[in-house]
Design a protein around this ligand. Structure first.
Ligand SMILES: [Zn+2]
Ligand SMILES: [Zn+2]
Length: 141
């Protein structure tokens, strides 16, 4: 009886390990293919004027319709403006483009963010970048 349970346990472990190895292998192959495909897209992102509409404030990439800049807006502290943290667009978050702060000109690391104030206006909201996590000295441990 003990031997039976032992054999059962061993085969379960065996199957699990096999499954794990397969998942790891296939996932790696998939990621490699995905990155290669992304690199093959040549010159899809043109560099625009910083601050222009539909332009990433971090890397100045001109974004197509539907492409969004990843940002977090915080609730208003009673004023007309809201604090906003901008991480970047799909291109610079993937490391394909150089991320720079429009205020201090520093090159941003992948975990650095831009700090902005968002003014809610009827019709459209205005975003004003006031610095990055380097020149605003936030998020530093
Ligand atoms: Zn960007
Ligand atoms: Zn800065």
């Amino acid at each position: 009886m003990g031997l039976y349970i032992q054999t059962l346990a061993l085969s379960i472990i065996g199957v699990f390990l096999l499954w794990f190895a397969y998942t790891l292998f296939f996932r790696n192959a998939f990621i490699r293919r995905a990155t290669r495909r992304r690199r093959r897209k040549p010159g899809k992102t043109a560099t625009g004027i910083p601050g222009a509409p539909r332009t990433c404030p971090v890397c100045s990439a001109i974004l197509a319709k539907g492409e969004r800049v990843k940002s977090t807006a915080y609730p208003s502290m009673g004023g007309k403006d809201r604090l906003m943290h901008i991480s970047g667009c799909a291109y610079c978050l993937e490391g394909d483009r150089v991320r720079t702060c429009p205020v201090c000109g520093a090159t941003l690391k992948p975990d650095d963010i831009l700090v902005a104030r968002m003014y809610d206006k009827p019709g459209r909201s205005h975003v004003h970048v006031i610095g990055c996590s380097q020149c605003k000295k936030i998020g530093k441990k």
